[in-house]
Ligand binder design. Structure first.
Ligand code: SF4
Ligand code: SF4
Ligand code: SF4
Length: 326
């Protein structure tokens, strides 16, 4: 491979692997990208070693695409290493951008996660009560695991991030246009989200009633048969379109499912969940506190509904967060 090509790294932290699949979904475009760059790290697809990245000079790496949230010592170590080596770091996907699905773990504790996963799960047999430890000595041999932090963090709570690619996962056309913009150095100001500036409601073609339709309760998608032509909120189904960035091609809406917010907030929204609570409140029908409480209670998992992809980035988490790395 030629040394003159831009060097690119892909890395995954607390990730489901879907963002890696999204890169593979570039299909023929990926071949074009691969021919234009030198990929120097991509653990899911290629057998480069961390030492290959450590050997690079600072600034030798043109761009590092990092997906997944940050929860372990190893993730933090590699993210910091890539930051030192790369001219540009892109937070790739909602987990890196706002905390994503792994960020919901901030609603509980590390201790409870270990209890559920390693001690109390019905499929686990663990009479000695063994849980992961950073250091274990077996027959005089010391083995280590990355430390598992108390909380999940967004990538930019750990390192400086230059750009963000939204979505769970980002759409292949968004990825392709971001890569083209990076390779051509045709980028917006640092800190920008590389995506649409419109809300999903602005691109959604479902019929919106002229007057707000008020509801005494909200429904889960499985509880009623949704009209595929009408706005979900008008039908009493929570849809995160008002507070979510467009650009996904209305994927869920086209499948007659409401938006759960994976493209994250628009630039002018500080807290996506709070914006959604505000949007939904405009649809509540109730004259008394009891009626309003009943309508609110019909959304059974408020945190998971309004903050599904963004607990670590939310104002609530930031107000209570511990120092990164604890
Ligand atoms: S953003 Fe979505 S697809 Fe990507 S790693 Fe996170 S959960 Fe998986
Ligand atoms: S709330 Fe959902 S269904 Fe209604 S207009 Fe917005 S995106 Fe479309
Ligand atoms: S409709 Fe919402 S949840 Fe579905 S892909 Fe688009 S932004 Fe993500």
């Amino acid at each position: 491979m030629s040394d003159s090509k831009p060097k690119v790294a892909f890395y995954w932290c607390a990730s489901c692997g879907g963002c890696e699949e999204a890169v593979v979904d570039l299909n023929a475009t990926l071949l074009h990208v691969a021919a234009s760059v030198d990929i120097v790290l991509w653990p899911v697809a290629m057998d480069f070693k961390y030492r290959d990245v450590e050997a690079l000079a600072e600034g030798d790496l043109t761009v590092a695409f990092i997906n997944g949230a940050i929860r372990t010592d190893e993730q933090a170590h590699i993210a910091r290493l890539l930051r030192r080596k790369a001219v540009m770091v892109v937070a790739f996907g909602s987990c890196a951008h706002t905390g994503g699905i792994p960020g919901l773990a901030n609603l509980t504790t590390k201790q409870k996660i270990f209890q559920t996963s390693y001690l109390n799960s019905p499929t686990v047999v663990n009479p000695e009560g063994t849980v992961p430890k950073v250091t274990t000595v077996v027959d005089g041999v010391k083995a280590t695991l990355p430390g598992f932090w108390e909380q999940v963090h967004t990538l930019d709570q750990l390192i400086d991030v230059d750009y963000y690619l939204p979505g769970c996962p980002p759409m292949p056309d968004n990825i392709a246009s971001a890569m083209t913009a990076i390779l051509k150095n045709d980028l917006p100001v640092k800190g920008s989200v590389l995506g649409s500036k419109k809300a999903l409601c602005d691109t959604c073609t479902r019929k919106k009633p002229e007057k707000a339709v008020l509801h005494k309760r909200f429904y889960q998608p499985h509880e009623i048969e949704a009209d595929p032509e009408i706005c979900f909120l008008a039908q009493g189904i929570v849809c995160c379109g008002p507070a979510t960035r467009s650009g996904c091609g209305e994927k869920c809406l086209n499948g007659n499912m409401p938006c759960t917010g994976c493209f994250g907030p628009l630039d002018n929204i500080v807290d996506q969940g709070a914006a959604m609570v505000s949007a939904v409140a405009a649809y509540l029908d109730g004259q008394t506190v009891a009626e309003l409480d009943a309508a609110v209670a019909s959304v059974p998992d408020a945190a998971g509904t309004f903050y599904r992809y963004g607990v670590p980035a939310s104002l609530l988490f930031r107000a209570n967060t511990k120092e990164v790395g604890k």
